[in-house]
Design a protein around this ligand. Structure first.
Ligand code: G1P
Length: 292
């Protein structure tokens, strides 16, 4: 195995329409919906930052400029906060701001699938391995999910996917993997399929929404081959890449939330609020009252 190149860049696909959250997402991107007091996309960027990511590549679409604004300075607001002596809030905003030159934006012009969205970022990534984080999925964990994957990657190199178990009847909504032998800290993936028909899933281990991938995946995506749902699927491209490269599974420690569904989004809000030092205890009381 050659040298293991560091993962410096992350792709965040944020072009989806968010139709499941209408009317909330009529004029606002779904990635800006808040989990407690932070937009979903901020939570995901924080997870990537904690794993050592230095450059954030957003694959956006029309009506998503608010995301770009969120990761920029807001001079008028900052001036007002300063005038009012609200230095704590000011510091918090500054701490969250990516450094100059650390963000890039490109547009997926039409919804051709996740694989196509990733391919749109090929020139911004260049010839180096990268992380891919799907913002619909939030992970609550002591150590961030991507940071856990990095530990495996730093041992194995190659490609790493976060996987988790779901009930057998849920596998048809996801990419599903099958595992080979266990090797050191990780398990080798020896098969994968996108949204298998019920009963045909190779296991109940799903691809959860966090990936570390080698740049050769772009060459495969370039063929623009359509798969499940007539979309260009990242899982199909990975399946082809598996013929020449290793894929490792990371059974991460933590709890994931599908914030692309209403129930998952609301559950994430409850879970993240409960673990907050400032509002956790009083929120718990409020919830108890509602349920009793
Ligand atoms: C995508 C991927 C799928 C993965 C899922 C995780 O599907 O194609 O392999 O399991 O994200 O959330 P989507 O949710 O976009 O249909």
């Amino acid at each position: 195995m050659g040298t293991i190149k560091p993962i410096r860049k992350a792709i965040l696909p944020v072009a989806g329409l968010g139709t499941r959250f209408l009317p909330a997402t009529k004029a606002m991107p779904k990635e800006m919906l808040t989990i407690v007091d932070r937009p979903i996309i901020q939570h995901v960027v924080d997870e990537a930052k904690a794993a050592g990511i230095e450059h954030f590549i957003f694959v956006t679409g029309r009506n998503k400029t608010v995301i770009e604004d969120h990761f920029d300075k807001q001079v008028e607001l900052e001036t007002t906060l300063k005038q009012r002596g609200k230095f704590e809030q000011l510091k918090m905003l500054n701490d969250l701001l990516p450094e100059a030159g650390q963000t890039s934006y490109t547009r997926q012009q039409s919804p051709k699938g996740l694989g196509h969205a990733v391919w749109c970022a090929r020139d911004l990534v260049g010839d180096e391995p990268f992380a891919l984080l799907l913002p619909d999925v939030l992970v609550q964990a002591e150590k961030g999910c991507l940071a856990q994957m990095m530990e495996i990657y730093n041992e194995t190199g190659g490609n790493v996917l976060a996987v988790e178990e779901v009930a057998p009847e849920e596998t048809s909504s996801y990419g599903v993997v099958s595992l080979g032998e266990t090797e050191g800290p990780s398990m080798t993936i020896n098969g994968m399929v996108e949204k298998p028909d019920p009963g045909l899933a190779p296991s109940n281990l799903i691809i959860m929404g966090r990936y570390i991938l080698q740049p050769e995946v772009f060459d495969i995506l370039a063929t623009q081959t359509q798969g499940a749902g007539n979309e260009i699927q990242i899982t199909d491209a990975m399946q082809t890449l598996m013929e020449s490269q290793d894929f490792h599974a990371c059974k991460y420690e933590g709890r994931s939330f599908d914030c692309g569904s209403k129930v998952g989004f609301l559950a994430a809000n409850v879970a993240f609020a409960l673990e907050r030092e400032d509002i956790g205890p009083s929120f718990k009381e409020a919830i108890k009252k509602l349920i009793d």
